[in-house]
Ligand binder design. Structure first.
Ligand code: ARG
Ligand code: ASP
Length: 716
């Protein structure tokens, strides 16, 4: 018996030590403990202290959280920042007009005074991070109200910090509340647009190529941070000057080759690596199929109209991109989870867990029934999560008319200047009533068939009954006299310029408004709280399960916390992969591939003439590789997720070699189950960015403020 156990342990340790290098989003201040030696084995030439330090300038000082959901990095000592075109898309769009269509034609400020201000856009630097778990736990343990004790201690630590420095502070839970980390940040609020390529480069391949490798997109844009005369954060002012950073990234002209070390420094948003198998099964079998089903239908409805009308295409391009982005990711995620047998792996892991737990009395008492409880909880969560998913996909995010109607509730109940709905002009500019009506009919029908009646809002069931399941008729009646879901919003818009009480009264009598409010209110006050109750129990158990995994496996395995929009380092190698038997993907794409995909006049694959000319004359400047080819994108095994867009890809010396913007479709399940056999992040090659700025845009003066490094081949 002893012997068997020993073998079991040995097997266990080996299987964990030969873990996927590539997997993990690591805390930068723990690299020296957990990662430095592995990173150096893989080729890193720097120390952990060069990457993250609180005592000296380090690479982290060049990394910013950009605009709330992306990453960016400083690439000059004048505060120039690099991020993705799709991260700056909103800003580029806002500055665009029909005469100056920067989305279509690109934009390049030729001097500082031409750079464009973006109210509300922030660049946030991390100053330091500190583990405060012990203090939080000391306060929590034994407290009568644990959650309250934690919140109070968090507030106390932050208050103390205010006496020490002037940064912004927050304390975030990691490992589902098993670790707490204090994060001090400094936020710059004057960030200006400097340059962006035309969408035919920055968004080349659009939705068709999104999430795909091989990729040919130059997904980058340039911004600049401004500070006051003391180099401190300041709101926009014409007195502000370009920010002088503590650190900026050098850019390598050497490019990459297979096997090269790479790392990604940025703000990954959300992953779920430590779920039990039943949860993964629920995602695969319930949540993702529901999301995909709704979006299949919605995308088909939009696509049909966008194809035959330029006006509709322009109105719906950004919405289509958003809906399609999630839809395609979830399809890839399900495929990847199946292909890599995520369920089987979880089951194996859980058997090991249960075995180890059973050998330790204390563990057995504390953790012995966790997995069983998960089974019960997830089973009772199933109808809730199905309803949640359909409801939010259809009514909260899918049908824009329902959503906009509901946003008027506050105004209707208390009509004032302040509560009046904002941004309606913009909403209606991109609203096509025919398209929305067709989508509504299709999604109402889908919703009615997808859920048992008892799970549908009463007002929705009543509507269906009234028109005997004839949804076309139901929608027609509902919207016929509506001033909101309408072809002609002028009455509503004019009303809002006039007597507010009167227009509020009109809205409150609008059948479509009443319907939107009835179903969403019922959902928010009855159905969501019911789901929340089960979900809270699941979350509490997940906290316990995380603690159990850390304790039970912690001796043999290094753990990284799930992504939570905090600063992380991922590292891996430039490496090919085989998505299916018989195909292996290369790691690098070239301008030749861009040209091969060219479809003149197409909305996804058109190209600027100038780029074709440069290709034909092979006018690549110093940016071509040693074979004279112009590199465009490359892949590596860095573990990334949404939020890592705009993150720098750095080489072994910490120099920028690329700009992260996506993942390969076959590996999007990395959010749940990273697998090095197929998880790859996609980066624009730094040389392509420089080529576009210099040769394509003629904005070579921007390169003068950057530091470009080329190492002779024998020094590499
Ligand atoms: N798939 C990438 C990400 O998740 C890029 C999305 C932007 N591009 C697009 N065509 N929607 O954010
Ligand atoms: N495209 C994603 C982003 O915008 C990155 C990813 O999901 O890999 O952050």
């Amino acid at each position: 018996m002893k012997f068997i156990n020993f073998l079991f342990f040995l097997f266990l340790s080996l299987s964990y030590y030969t873990s996927n290098a590539g997997e993990g989003m690591w805390l930068p201040f723990l690299l020296s403990d957990l990662n430095e030696s592995e990173m150096r084995d893989m080729g890193l030439q720097l120390t952990a202290e060069d990457i993250y330090s609180v005592n000296q300038s380090s690479l982290k000082d060049a990394i910013i959280s950009f605009g709330g959901f992306c990453t960016g990095e400083v690439i000059s000592n004048k505060g120039l920042i690099l991020t993705n075109h799709h991260c700056g898309y909103g800003q580029i769009q806002k500055h665009s007009t029909l005469e100056n269509d920067y989305l279509k034609n690109g934009f390049w400020a030729m001097n500082h005074s031409e750079e464009k201000t973006n109210p509300g856009l922030k660049a946030i630097f991390v100053k330091y991070m500190e583990d405060v778990t012990n203090r939080i736990m000391a306060a929590a343990n034994g407290a009568e109200n644990r959650e309250m004790a934690i919140q109070e201690e968090i507030a106390a630590i932050i208050a103390e910090q205010k006496n020490i420095d002037t940064y912004d502070h927050q304390i975030k839970p990691f490992f589902y509340g098993n670790q707490y980390i204090l994060i001090a940040t400094e936020s710059y609020g004057d960030v200006r647009l400097v340059g962006a390529p035309p969408s035919s480069i920055g968004k080349y391949g659009a939705d068709t190529d999104n999430w795909m490798w091989p990729r040919h997109t130059g997904d980058f844009a340039l911004f600049r941070i401004y500070a006051n005369r003391d180099n401190q954060p300041a709101a926009f002012s014409s007195e502000n000057v370009p920010y002088t950073p503590e650190r900026f990234l050098e850019i390598s002209l050497n490019g990459v080759k297979d096997g090269d070390f790479t790392m990604i420094f940025g703000f990954p948003g959300r992953t779920e690596q430590y779920l039990p198998g039943v949860a993964v099964q629920q995602i695969m079998e319930v949540v993702n199929p529901a999301r995909i089903a709704v979006r299949d239908e919605l995308l088909a409805q939009l696509d049909r109209r966008m194809r035959v009308s330029d006006a509709v295409r322009i109105q719906y391009a950004a919405k289509y991109a958003r809906i399609s982005n999630g839809w395609k990711k979830w399809k890839g995620e399900n495929l990847g989870l199946q292909t890599t047998d995520a369920r089987g792996k979880k089951a194996k892991r859980e058997a090991e867990f249960q075995e180890l737990v059973s050998q330790n009395e204390a563990w057995q008492a504390q953790y012995g029934s966790i997995l069983e409880e998960f089974n019960t909880l997830y089973a009772s969560y199933q109808p809730h999560v199905l309803r949640e998913t359909y409801f939010s996909e259809v009514f909260l995010s899918g049908l824009e008319a329902v959503r906009i109607a509901y946003t008027m509730k506050r105004f209707v109940e208390n009509p004032t200047e302040k509560s009046a709905p904002k941004g309606l002009d913009e909403f209606y500019k991109d609203y096509n009533h025919e398209v929305q009506t067709e989508a509504m009919i299709a999604l109402f029908e889908l919703f009615a068939n997808a859920l048992p009646e008892s799970e549908q809002p009463r007002a929705f069931v009543a509507l269906g009954k009234k028109y005997k399941g004839n949804w076309a008729k139901a929608v027609d009646k509902l919207t016929k006299k509506s001033s909101i879901a309408t072809e002609d919003p002028s009455k509503l818009l004019a009303g809002l310029e006039g007597d507010l009480d009167k227009v509020a009264k009109q809205i409150s009598n609008d059948a479509f408004y009443q319907f939107a409010v009835a179903i969403i209110d019922e959902y928010l006050t009855e159905q969501r709280p019911a789901s929340r109750e089960v979900k809270d129990a699941i979350d509490a158990l997940q906290t316990q399960y995380m603690e159990a995994q850390l304790n039970v496996f912690g001796e043999d395995k290094r753990f990284y916390p799930d992504a939570n929009s905090t600063l992380r380092v991922s590292y891996g190698q430039v490496e090919p992969f085989s998505p299916v038997d018989g195909i292996t993907y290369n790691t690098q794409t070239y301008l030749d591939g861009v040209i091969a995909k060219y479809i003149p006049g197409d909305y996804e694959f058109d190209l600027p003439k100038r780029l074709i000319e440069l290709y034909e004359s092979k006018d690549f400047g110093p940016y071509a590789d040693t074979n004279g080819k112009m590199p465009v994108c490359f892949i590596a095994s860095n573990h990334t997720t949404g939020g890592n867009s705009g993150s720098p890809a750095l080489d072994a010396h910490g120099r920028l070699i690329g700009l992260n913007f996506d993942r390969a479709w076959e590996g999007t399940m990395s959010d749940i189950n990273y697998d090095i056999s197929r998880c790859r992040n996609i980066m624009v090659d730094a040389r392509y960015i420089l080529f576009i700025v210099d040769k394509f845009a003629g904005a070579g003066y921007l390169l003068e403020e950057m530091t470009l490094v080329e190492t002779a081949a024998d020094n590499l």
